[in-house]
Write a protein that binds this ligand. Structure first.
Ligand code: ADP
Ligand code: MG
Length: 370
């Protein structure tokens, strides 16, 4: 399908939506986005926007009616609504990836069904489930809500018996609303993510695997490439490919893995562009946004993806002054992206910086600790 003058609709208009719009514009596409937040970053650059709720079926329908192709940057679209519009409109990724990714139990069961290991886990609906789980896994373990958690929210780390009262309270509050999940803690060496693409013509490609460093449960740094043994790299590529192919998923799929020795553990999936893929805008010949759009258009995906080694740092509300410091340093090949969000909150993602050719050892103190 030629992309010129086609309209791409995006459910969600945050920074991910904004970067999808930028990639679509480069190809001469029109864009329309939907988001309930009147100050959404993508509203400023999309051709059209709808400032309504994701749970407004008429608003989601209006978006789809005005689009040739629809994708999403936001995962928690109501099941009934997304199923209804998927039946009628061109949403190549479909509703299934969202159905799985929005629930931690479902996504882990799906990974296991594709023979991809996860941390040991079990469903928790009541106190007894927790006690049985701890008996099986031992300490430490992590209790999480199955839905709506992000950036480490909705999680409780259980170190030992002393944390049990907090865990019971967690269950009392959250199990009224939904099932929870107890996971054994993987004492991983490091975390990586893979970002894979499957086009409607069934061609498949991946961005280089990257290493992720979190701070207080939020992604702080992404290091590209991850630098892995060939054996580990092949394991991750094979798991990522078979996950998309076995489930017949199209478009984009990010998988976060824990790496421990030569073992990998699937942690989470996201069927949308991912924070850990922002680096690809400047460091690769195709960005995660370009490859998503190519997949949705059914184009043959490139196998010759190049990478300039780099580090991406997230800019949160509390470290906005980091941006000024970096500007003053006048570093070469440093790309500052600010998302234009009006409301600043300490842990809100306000922007990111990509340092190409960055030597992590040399700048460790400058970048990592600010
Ligand atoms: P979120 O949706 O908040 O990203 P995650 O499940 O990815 O939720 O958890 C956030 C972080 O907490 C992970 O990146 C990892 O560092 C740590 N974590 C989560 N689950 C486990 C686990 N089972 N074992 C070890 N660390 C974990
Ligand atoms: Mg995560």
């Amino acid at each position: 399908m030629s992309s010129i003058n086609k309209t791409l609709g995006i459910i969600g208009a945050g920074q991910l939506g904004m970067m999808i719009v930028e990639a679509a514009k480069k190809r001469g596409m029109n864009t329309i986005v939907l988001d309930p937040n009147p100050n959404s970053p993508a509203f400023r650059i999309a051709d059209k926007y709808i400032n309504k709720s994701f749970s407004d079926i008429n608003a989601v329908t209006e978006l789809c009616k005005n689009s040739d192709i629809v994708t999403y940057e936001f995962e928690n679209v109501d099941d009934v609504i997304i199923n209804a519009v998927c039946e009628k409109y061109n949403i190549p990724q479909g509703a299934m990836p969202l159905y799985y990714s929005k629930n931690r139990l479902r996504e882990k069961k799906l990974a296991n069904s594709c023979k991809i290991p996860t941390a040991s886990f079990q469903s928790v609906r009541k106190k007894e489930d927790l006690i049985n789980g701890i008996k099986k896994f031992g300490y430490p373990c992590i209790l999480k809500t199955t839905e709506d958690g992000y950036d480490g929210k909705g999680q409780l780390f259980i170190h030992n018996e002393e944390d049990l009262p907090k865990a019971y309270e967690f269950i009392q509050i959250n199990c009224m609303l939904m099932e929870c999940i107890l996971e054994k803690v993987v004492s991983f060496d490091f975390e990586v993510s893979s970002i894979s693409f499957r086009s409607l013509d069934s061609s498949f490609t991946m961005l280089p695997i990257v290493r992720n460093i979190h701070k207080n449960g939020i992604l702080n740094l992404t290091i590209a490439p991850a630098i892995l043994s060939k054996q580990l790299e092949n394991k991750i590529i094979e798991a990522s490919r078979s996950f998309m192919e076995m489930n017949n998923f199209y478009g984009i799929m990010t998988i976060e893995f824990f790496v421990q020795g030569n073992d990998i553990f699937f942690n989470e999936m996201a069927p949308r562009p991912h924070n850990s893929g922002h680096y690809s805008i400047e460091a690769c010949n195709y960005s995660q946004y370009d490859l998503l759009i190519m997949s949705l258009l059914g184009e043959k995906l490139p196998q010759d993806i190049t990478l300039k080694p780099c580090v991406m740092k997230n800019i949160l509300g509390y470290n906005l002054d980091f941006v000024d410091k970096i500007k003053k340093m006048n570093l070469k090949d440093t790309y500052i992206h600010m998302y234009g969000k009006k409301e600043v909150m300490p842990n809100r993602k306000m922007g990111h910086i990509t340092f190409i050719g960055y030597d992590l050892e040399k700048y460790k103190n400058t970048i990592e600790n600010i």
